[in-house]
Design a protein around this ligand. Structure first.
Ligand code: ADP
Ligand code: MG
Ligand code: ZN
Length: 558
């Protein structure tokens, strides 16, 4: 049989997707391969088809227990003998499967990476015909990714100890250069044939909403998209529960999913979403890797995730069937503070913390840009050769009115310069506004010539403009929890009137009311976050706030 015949006869498809054929042929010719395709690009077929055309059994290593079962069920249905081994099976069941493997009964065997440590399994693998190992979600081997799994480090040891080295194929939807290097290096791929397909997903509509009331937005959106299937990602368990309950109380069929639920509860939630009993899934990022639900019509992010990579992977779960779908990120500056707090709490290695702040900042810039969102996404994956306007994102379609803010930008840049590039955006904004903040007076910043030169804007508006200047590259933030604002090589052009600066008008917030309230809520949330964190591991008994007014408030609270 040819690869095309297998595609047609077994899987019922009539053409290969971009990249599939090249990877399949590489494997069949005995080359190691590295396949980098976006979520839902069709990576599974790239190892399933070769397994049918090679003698012996193919081993698929995957961290995703639910995916293993789904794929094995599907394969069995279409007449391909396959099995999986993971912690959901009893010892007795595993024994039967191991015997079957010994007898060469399966074409494909899926295993979780932990299994590779078992001597019995290794012994078996060394004594059967094993021409090919596929490593799915290969980015899990890299500590730079958002999904690091220590057990992935077992893979190269396992392969090395086999009598005969099989062809090794690695697959991932992660395209950042550090991680790709890690995969090739740590998995010991031998001059792999590398295929990176376009990361563009033309059927996805990208949108960023700033300064909206999130709850109202979500409810309005769901009302307008009745009975459509969608995922709403929140950053914390508490938020998942809050929003999930709200939707349920309003009569919407919503499941919730987070790491704090029992295994049974999570399975039930997942199944009722997969089988369309509930149309909405409210979840933390614990939900979704490997979920192959084709008709997800929208993915809303209630909070900003930790990086563009994580965002694109989560948002990419919409529209797997190629139909038009929405990916909407609800942005609020408070969520950025929260993410930074989480980085600070969870990342003891300063280099990696810096990398995490930088990854987060890229996504923050995405939220502030008035240029094409798709362009910004693809730029992250090194694929911005796309045309300037995609006409399928909120920046391109909403035809935002632009306001020139060159003069404001000049004032801000000069103020940063006068402040010797040593302070964060809160203090810069306070100086420009002419605030009487005690800290500012103590530092003598009220004597600067830029003190009080933007009296007609609120501090919040000035901070917004600073964020916009950062997103456009006219200012930079140091990569830390309390970033300092710095000038960049592009600042000069604005100061010398050689370049104009614009912002989209709808990004100007209406008023400052409710500011204190938001801070109080945020304080509560950070406090409970830190409580949860300290239950999980040993963290020092203090809490650091990203905002001076919060820190002041904290001293007055128990
Ligand atoms: P990935 O692992 O890259 O996220 P999957 O392998 O789960 O993606 O494939 C996503 C969907 O695309 C699946 O429903 C799969 O059946 C479908 N698919 C894969 N290859 C093709 C193809 N050549 N033609 C049509 N559909 C395909
Ligand atoms: Mg996959
Ligand atoms: Zn666009």
């Amino acid at each position: 049989m040819t690869t095309y015949e297998v595609l047609k006869e077994y899987f019922g498809y009539h053409s290969f997707r971009v990249g599939q054929e090249g990877l399949i042929h590489g494997i069949l010719e005995g080359e190691d391969v590295l396949g980098i395709m976006p979520t839902s690009g069709g990576k599974s077929l790239c190892y399933q088809i070769p397994s049918l055309l090679m003698k012996g059994t193919t081993l698929v290593i995957s961290p995703l227990i639910s995916l293993m079962k789904d794929q094995v069920d599907t394969l069995t249905e279409i007449g391909i003998p396959a099995a999986y081994i993971n912690s959901t099976l009893s010892d007795q069941e595993i024994k039967i499967i191991l015997n079957n493997i010994q007898d060469g009964k399966y074409r494909l065997v899926y295993v979780a990476p932990e299994r590779l440590k078992s001597y019995d399994f290794f012994h078996l693998a060394s004594h059967i015909e094993l021409p090919f190992i596929a490593v799915d979600e290969a980015h899990c081997i890299s500590q730079w990714g958002h999904d690091f799994r220590p057990s992935y480090k077992e893979i190269p040891k396992f392969i090395k100890n086999l009598n005969h080295r099989p062809v090794v194929a690695a697959f991932t939807a992660t395209a950042t250069p550090e991680i790709i290097e890690d995969i090739k290096h740590l998995l010991h791929l031998q001059s792999p044939k590398e295929i990176i397909t376009s990361f563009d997903r033309p059927n996805l509509f990208f949108q960023v909403e700033r300064e909206v009331d999130k709850k109202t937005f979500v409810i309005d959106y769901i009302k307008k998209h009745k009975d459509q299937s969608g995922i709403i990602y929140c950053s914390t368990r508490k938020e998942v529960e809050g929003l999930g309950t709200l939707l349920q109380n309003k009569g919407y069929g919503a499941s919730i999913y987070h790491g704090g639920m029992t295994k049974e509860e999570r399975e039930r939630a997942q199944e009722s979403f997969l089988y369309d009993e509930t149309s909405i899934m409210v979840a933390t990022n614990a939900f979704g890797m490997g979920i192959d639900k084709s008709n997800v019509r929208f993915v809303l992010h209630y909070n900003i995730p930790q990086s563009m990579e994580a965002y694109y992977q989560e948002a990419g779960r919409a529209g797997r069937d190629g139909e038009k779908s929405d990916c909407i990120l609800l942005f609020s500056p408070q969520d950025v503070i929260k993410q930074k707090f989480l980085i600070q709490e969870s990342q003891p290695d300063p280099d990696r913390a810096t990398a995490s702040y930088k990854n987060l900042q890229y996504l923050v810039d995405y939220c502030y840009t008035h240029h094409c969102l798709r362009h910004k996404i693809l730029d992250y994956f090194g694929q911005s050769e796309l045309q300037e306007n995609c006409n399928n994102c909120s920046s391109c379609l909403e035809d935002k009115k632009l306001k020139e803010i060159t003069i404001e930008a000049q004032k801000i840049l000069s103020c940063v310069y006068r402040m010797k590039q040593q302070y964060g955006s809160t203090l810069v904004a306070q100086v420009l506004k002419g605030s009487k903040n005690k800290k500012l007076l103590n530092f003598g910043l009220n004597r600067l010539s830029t003190y009080g030169i933007m009296p007609n804007y609120t501090e919040k508006e000035i901070r917004l403009m600073i964020s916009i200047l950062v997103s456009q590259g006219y200012l930079a933030l140091t990569q830390s929890q309390f970033p300092v604002v710095r000038l960049t090589s592009s600042s000069g052009a604005v100061l010398k009137n050689e370049e104009k600066v614009y912002m989209a008008i709808d990004t100007v917030p209406e008023s400052q009311s409710g500011h204190e309230e938001v801070h109080k809520d945020l304080f509560e949330e950070l406090r409970s976050l830190r409580k949860n964190l300290s239950q999980e591991k040993n963290v020092p008994p203090y809490i650091i706030f990203a905002d001076s007014s919060l820190r002041e408030m904290a001293t007055t609270l128990p």
